[in-house]
Design a protein around this ligand. Structure first.
Ligand SMILES: Nc1ncnc2c1ncn2[C@@H]1O[C@H](COP(=O)(O)OP(=O)(O)O)[C@@H](O)[C@H]1O
Ligand SMILES: [Mg+2]
Length: 374
């Protein structure tokens, strides 16, 4: 028996706002999305009242989760500026100047020693595939690794890791991440359908990201690898400002157009004072599975040159290979399923460079607690 919107709204009548008004009558509720046992909605409040509303958000989530037929519920609290103005538009927010302090609200995730972002200027360059295999490579080095799928609009981790189960809740509010191939994983795709994500507005995205960081029992991690949404827009900036990123890795294909976007990515992270740990060239060259001939179909080497030009490290080249696509799309990442193969080796080499960089990234920041046994 699936839950519907009316049932959710009826249940929310029993949840009072800070001034005692039943939640559905406050005008703060977004549309309620309910289907397939999953419920999602947001509460939009004045930025100054967020503290007072947080218990209301929690209560709403509890009440909805207790409804028969509900498997998961996600209630996001989104802050709006005073005066009934439109919510802050993602595109409208000015980029902080170079050297500007990152968001005041920035705080680490307890237990997580280092958070690194895997980003790309544009979608479809293999960012998520790289993020997963890099995470597995770091894990193979003996690190405890988590993966946060921050690509709210197009979550990839359910597919890349063949995860279909729903996260359990702990104590009614916190979520338990899913464990796969030794990685601790959280994705909005575990909670809601992809179609649902399409309707999200900027503030809802930010709130959902914050919740995935702060309301998930990540446990103790040496590294959290964040699969970022593509582009250099608001979600990226929010992550860079809300989370003390130890560094960012940019994935690019060798084509000029992708490189222009990669350049934007590098400059965005530099502007928010996040060290760029390096650039990875994905789909770098093509190895013919039949004859073994190598062809540089996209003009291999572009990302290496670009990295040199920008003065950031070059971390490695991953070939365009059917095996990578097939295994990724089947939820069988190569570093975990064919650890002795040539591709796993490439990702492990990249991971080793990243781990080295993290060890050296301490200057002026809290050094990550990374111990790699020889
Ligand atoms: N090196 C590669 N060789 C072959 N296919 C790849 C490679 N990297 C990624 N892909 C495939 O390209 C598609 C896009 O990759 P994905 O990781 O989802 O990109 P993004 O996260 O940048 O959108 C997927 O089907 C993936 O399997
Ligand atoms: Mg992706």
């Amino acid at each position: 028996m699936a839950v519907n919107k009316e049932q959710v709204l009826a249940a929310l009548e029993g949840v009072a706002s800070p001034t005692g008004t039943p939640l559905p009558r406050t005008g703060a509720l977004s549309d309620v999305v309910a289907g397939d046992g999953k419920v999602f909605f947001s509460i939009t409040v004045d930025a100054a009242d967020v503290k007072a509303w947080e218990p209301v958000r929690k209560r709403a989530e509890e009440v909805v989760r207790a409804l028969p037929g509900v498997q998961s519920a996600l209630v996001a609290l989104t802050a709006e500026r005073k005066g009934g103005a439109a919510p802050p538009r993602p595109q409208g927010r000015a980029m902080p100047a170079r050297g500007a302090p990152r968001g005041e609200a920035m705080q680490g995730v307890p237990g997580v020693a280092a958070i690194i972002a895997v980003a790309s200027g544009k979608g479809g360059v293999g960012k998520s595939t790289t993020a997963v295999n890099l995470a597995l490579g770091l894990s193979a080095l003996g690190l405890k690794v988590g993966v946060l799928d921050a690509d709210i609009y197009g979550p990839s981790m359910p597919k890349l890791l063949a995860i279909r189960e729903r996260p359990q809740t702990i104590g009614g509010t916190r979520l338990k991440p899913i464990t796969r191939y030794g990685l601790t994983v959280m994705s909005i795709g575990f909670l809601i359908d992809e179609e649902t994500a399409m309707i999200w507005r900027g503030p809802m995205v930010i709130s959902a990201l914050t919740q995935m960081l702060r309301e998930v029992e990540w446990g103790t991690l040496d590294v959290m690898v964040v699969d970022m949404p593509p582009g250099t827009g608001d979600a990226q900036l929010t992550m860079a400002q809300q989370v003390p990123l130890k560094g960012a890795i940019i994935v690019s294909t060798p084509q000029d157009l992708a490189l222009i976007d990669a350049r934007r990515g590098v400059s965005m992270f530099k502007r928010v004072n996040v060290p760029v740990l390096g650039v990875i060239e994905n789909m770098s060259y093509f190895l013919c599975p039949r004859c073994g001939t190598r062809s540089d179909i996209f003009g291999h080497g572009g990302a290496r040159h670009e990295a040199e030009r920008l003065g950031v490290p070059f971390l490695g080249e991953v070939p365009l290979d059917m095996a990578i696509r097939e295994k990724s799309d089947a939820g069988l990442p190569l570093v975990a399923t064919e650890p002795d193969g040539p591709h796993a080796q490439i990702y492990r080499d990249i991971a080793a460079k990243v781990a080295d960089q993290l060890k050296g990234a301490g200057a002026g920041r809290a050094a990550p607690k990374i111990v790699i046994e020889a």
